[in-house]
Design a protein around this ligand. Structure first.
Ligand code: URP
Ligand code: ZN
Ligand code: ZN
Length: 461
């Protein structure tokens, strides 16, 4: 089966050029000047559209047990919503609970995801119990294509690791060439501030943000960077939200340390003002790190331009407002932490192009090419080139749309961007050569997605 995508502007990290793309089976086999090929089993006219590599969302949580409940998107519903939004690969987190084995955790996540995804997927491993066995099991994870490990300086008693435990895992990462991903917030200090706020009767959702000040993200980020320097481990800061943390990352990168960072659309578009909405509506925006004052957004966009922020992921972790966020009415500490977003990342970052914040090339780079390289998937993923998987998005840059829970495909009862009007819309999506989204709707299947055994971070030398 061959597919010719003709007349579009093909995007890469360097910008746009008029070209045709020929697909045979699951692979791209040619990218040519317009008109070189005229025939194929299926011809898609992309005139006036962008043709870009499918998005790679390197930070999602489908069916994640957390906060006394589960994130509500299954691998099936979440990957279908991702496809609707132009994302053709996710990397989700398997979660080692304290007292359990890393490898049995990995088996469990394969059971949940294998045969149940609409697009291709990989895993990172969350290490929450550092001991001799789990450190050894990191090696087996890498053999199984799971080459990055998330640790937490937040959530004491749940996922939290001490500096000593982080040091041990980082030594293992250094030894194996794998990457430590860090949730960098000083959870010990935050828990004290949160307890004080609750005791004083400050129970509303906005106090989630007020008790997690940006300085405590900056401090933890600096500490993680220091531990990475001492051990020689590559470090990737997840969901960076604060100017203080970005400054620490930029300084380390200027010194040549293997430190990388991602941010998420919610930190670029939403703020603490959303968390202060009345009638408990602020609970919709409770995630960690929290939404910040708007002034941080300027720094984050700048970080995306300078590559101190290399990746945009969603941290998609949806909990329904009605039944789940409710758990924290009367105590903001009990609101499940997480927000939906896997469907909107490509659109929201394209909106950054429209607003002049980033270039077309940076859109593709931060949302597809760099995550592919960072997590050992390039050039199978992240680029439109002969030999690469035919994960392709045809994007209409002029279409207008309004984001809403009424029209989104995520399995959650609210949109964090309700009513937001944006320019640009996904028109057609191919996942390994198969059209999964088109103007006629979703034509994929939740058995199509394959597990991706990933290599090591390709930015390391
Ligand atoms: O609040 C968040 N971010 N929930 C998901 C878990 C995490 O820390 O990434
Ligand atoms: Zn986190
Ligand atoms: Zn997360």
């Amino acid at each position: 089966m061959t597919t010719l995508i003709k007349g579009g502007q093909v995007l890469s990290t360097t910008g746009a050029s008029l070209a045709d793309v020929l697909v045979d089976g699951e692979k791209i086999i040619a990218v040519t000047a317009p008109g070189v090929f005229t025939e194929a089993d299926e011809v898609i006219d992309a005139t006036g559209k962008y043709v870009l590599p499918g998005g790679i969302d390197a930070h999602t949580h489908m069916e994640m047990p957390f906060g006394g409940t589960h994130s509500v998107d299954t691998f099936g519903t979440g990957t279908t919503a991702a496809a609707w939004g132009g994302t053709t690969t996710i990397i989700d987190f398997a979660v080692q609970a304290k007292g359990t084995s890393v490898l049995s955790t990995l088996d469990k996540w394969h059971e949940k995801a294998d045969g149940n995804c609409a697009i291709d997927y990989g895993f990172h491993m969350i290490i929450s119990d550092v001991n001799d066995t789990s450190l050894k099991e990191m090696e087996a994870c890498i053999d199984g294509g799971v080459t990055s490990f998330k640790m937490f300086m937040a959530y004491p008693g749940v996922f939290y690791s001490t500096d000593g435990e982080i040091l041990l895992a980082m030594q293992k990462a250094r030894e194996t060439g794998s990457t430590i991903m860090m949730h960098a917030e000083n959870g010990i200090a935050i828990d004290q501030l949160a307890a004080q706020a609750y005791a004083a009767g400050r129970i509303e959702p906005v106090h989630h943000s007020l008790t997690r000040p940006p300085e405590l993200e900056g401090e933890a980020t600096s500490r993680a960077i220091t531990l990475a320097k001492v051990t020689g481990s590559p470090l990737y800061i997840v969901h960076l939200s604060a100017a203080q943390a970005l400054a620490a990352v930029a300084e380390a990168r200027n010194e040549g340390q293997n430190v990388f960072a991602e941010t998420c659309p919610q930190y670029l578009y939403l703020s603490i003002e959303d968390m202060a909405k009345p009638d408990f509506e602020g609970a919709k925006y409770v995630a960690s790190p929290p939404l910040r004052e708007k002034s941080h957004q300027t720094d984050l966009w700048k970080g995306l331009r300078t590559n101190d922020l290399s990746v945009v992921s969603t941290d998609h972790c949806p909990f329904c407002f009605k039944d789940q966020k409710e758990l924290g009415r009367g105590d903001f500490r009990a609101i499940p932490n997480g927000m939906p977003g896997v469907e909107h990342r490509m659109d929201l970052l394209h909106q950054g192009v429209v607003a002049g914040e980033i270039s077309l090339g940076r859109w593709v780079e931060t949302c597809s090419t760099t995550p592919a390289r960072m997590f050992g998937l390039y050039p199978q993923k992240g680029v439109i080139a002969p030999g690469s998987d035919a994960d392709i998005v045809i994007y209409d840059p002029a279409a207008r749309q309004t984001l809403s829970a009424e029209t989104h495909h995520m399995n959650v009862d609210y949109s964090a961007y309700e009513g937001l009007e944006i320019t640009g819309k996904v028109e057609t999506v191919l996942s390994r050569g198969r059209v999964v989204v088109s103007p006629s709707g979703f034509s994929g299947s939740t058995t199509h997605g394959k597990f991706l055994s990933r290599g090591l971070n390709q930015y390391l030398i």
